[in-house]
Design a protein around this ligand. Structure first.
Ligand code: MLT
Length: 395
């Protein structure tokens, strides 16, 4: 028998990660009912192919890798300069000043969200509820003290710092929010930045869905004055450019993030990444660079538009059925209230068993999500239309 100790914080986690649990239930159902055709609107996984400009750039990069003179070995650990600069330019086109040197390229926002805890000590952590479960799980793994900021229909699923005493927290914000689709306006985000500055807190801002924003809302926390002194921003190519399978993302850790003990977070993150991460492959980084070019942004916006049409189709059906829902405007997710007071997992089971449509139970995003349910608009049009028809028959 081994005599080693394990990280006992894992005992605080649920048995499996939300989307793994859904996958397990769906596989079990399919094994029992092989004749049934299941429509998956659960995990937010894209279905449209990469934009042509991305494919061309990646092909060209692969060709370069096949020629002695242009072959490349390990990529620079923080990302190729061409991509870090393309990201800084992407911000600049939105009127935001981000230095390419503060940009760290990675293989996914999920990795960065999960890994960022490595550079932080024992802080009080403030996590919205409902929200993307990785914030909670990664902090539980580290044994951190977590407070929930519950949000609901009354506040439009947007928590505010008004309810907090002035204390230093590590604060997670996801805007547009996964799963509710709620987006902070400038005032709302400015209140968080003000709170963070006054309390000595750090904001970890997840902007993975910024490309879906409609209307005049901030796409980046750095649109708020002073945010660079209290915020890290994590963004991804997964949803904006269809990179869920390709893998590429970035994290901005501004030079100005320095603790009262004199620690620069950028230095710590640089050290962490250099030690534990070996970069993103050259062809993928070329593809990501192409996605951020002016033409690339246009082509990727067409992918987003397609998904948003799906969201509209789902939302219209729910409206016809009188089902309370939100989202689907500045986000690819529709957040609905389970009918007849059903629990979110009971509703999940009902939809899987009766009409073979898979969604995501709201409880998986935190207790405040109980009684709600998330549908993704990332399916194909055909699958979405078929799912809507099936849902309409049971709602
Ligand atoms: C989701 O369905 O919430 C996302 O696809 C999960 C992720 O981005 O990791």
């Amino acid at each position: 028998m081994m005599k080693i100790k394990v990280n006992e914080n894992f005992a605080a986690l649920k048995e499996s990660y939300l989307f793994s649990e859904i996958g397990r239930k769906v596989r079990a159902y399919q094994a029992e009912h092989p004749e049934k055709e299941i429509i998956r609107l659960g995990i937010g996984d894209v279905t449209l192919p990469l934009a042509p400009i991305v494919v061309d750039a990646m092909k060209k990069a692969v060709e370069e890798m096949g020629v002695k003179e242009t072959f490349r070995g390990y990529p620079p650990e923080y990302g190729h300069a061409f991509l870090r600069e393309a990201i800084a330019k992407y911000y600049k086109r939105k009127g935001v000043s981000v230095s390419a040197d503060d940009v760290f390229v990675s293989d996914g926002a999920k990795s960065d969200v999960g890994n960022i805890v490595d550079i932080l000590g024992k802080n009080k952590v403030l996590i919205p509820s409902p929200v993307y479960p990785v914030y909670m799980d990664s902090n539980l793994m580290s044994g951190n003290k977590i407070e929930l900021l519950e949000a609901g229909e009354a506040d439009g699923f947007l928590g505010t710092p008004d309810v907090l005493d002035l204390e230093p927290y590590v604060i997670y914000i996801c805007s547009p929010n996964n799963p509710t689709g709620a987006v902070y306006d400038r005032e709302g985000l400015a209140a968080w930045v003000k709170y963070a500055k006054e309390s000595g807190s750090l904001i970890i801002f997840d902007s993975a869905y910024e490309a879906f924003i409609k209307g005049d809302y901030p796409h980046s926390i750095y649109e708020i004055e002073g945010a660079e002194t209290c915020s890290i921003e994590i963004c991804s190519f997964s949803k904006m450019a269809g990179f869920t399978g390709t893998r590429c993302a970035w994290t901005v850790v501004p030079e100005a993030l320095v603790t009262e003990d004199g620690y620069a977070l950028k230095k710590l993150w640089s050290r962490r990444q250099a030690t534990k991460f070996n970069g993103v492959s050259y062809p993928v980084q070329r593809g990501a660079e192409a996605a951020l070019s002016e033409e690339g942004v246009k082509q990727c916006a067409a992918l987003v538009d397609y998904y948003m049409e799906n969201a509209k189709i789902i939302s219209e059906m729910l409206t016809r059925k009188g089902v309370w829902h939100t989202g689907g405007v500045s986000s690819p997710y529709i957040w609905l209230k389970c009918p007849n007071g059903m629990s979110s997992w009971a509703f999940f089971d009902m939809l899987l068993n009766e009409v073979q449509v898979v969604g995501t139970p709201g409880e998986g995003f935190g207790e405040a999500g109980e009684g709600y349910f998330r549908l993704t608009s990332f399916g194909s049009r055909e699958a979405t239309v078929a799912a809507v028809k099936r849902l309409e028959s049971v709602l």
